[in-house]
Design a protein around this ligand. Structure first.
Ligand SMILES: [Zn+2]
Length: 162
């Protein structure tokens, strides 16, 4: 086979894969995208799912929710958040208050702060890590702030959701 033919075939194959992935992503947005019960960002790679919510006085609240978005009492999960400048990041620890975990301090100032959320399920559970840039602007086209946005508009400066 000539190299050019091989390249063409490869390109075709990759295009097909990309189209499938794009269709799937669109499908996820149409049917599965939802915010948490408080209007925060749902972290769905942990079971039960966790909602990451920034209050108006800039503390972080973490709630655990079932698949119907009902709040579950925390069950021994440990959460830590590291955010802000890589050179001097802010580390937040969490303590339980009622049905949620609340950060011990406020988030640092700034836009699009790199944020790393680590959730450990129970004493011998594994740690799940979620990374995103915290965008606190109100979304122009849905009811949520950008970090919890459930619509599909362009997010400037943010990684496209995967
Ligand atoms: Zn939106």
């Amino acid at each position: 086979m000539k190299p050019t033919t091989l390249a063409t075939l490869l390109t075709l194959a990759l295009t097909a894969i990309c189209a499938t992935a794009a269709d799937k992503e669109k499908d996820d947005h149409d049917h599965a995208a939802k915010a948490g019960p408080t209007g925060g960002r749902l972290i769905t790679k942990v079971e039960p799912h966790a909602e990451f919510f920034v209050t108006r006085d800039n503390k972080i609240e973490i709630r655990f929710v079932d698949d119907d978005n009902k709040v579950l009492a925390p069950a021994g999960q440990t959460v830590s958040v590291i955010m802000g400048d890589r050179s001097k990041p802010t580390r937040l620890a969490f303590a339980q208050q009622g049905d949620k975990l609340v950060s011990d301090q406020t988030i640092p100032a700034g836009d699009l702060l790199p944020t790393v959320v680590q959730i450990k399920a129970g004493a011998d559970g594994k740690t799940v890590t979620e990374r995103f840039n915290l965008n606190l602007a109100d979304c122009p086209t849905c009811d949520y702030r950008e970090y919890a946005c459930i619509c599909d508009h362009e997010h400037v400066g943010e990684e496209k959701k995967k």
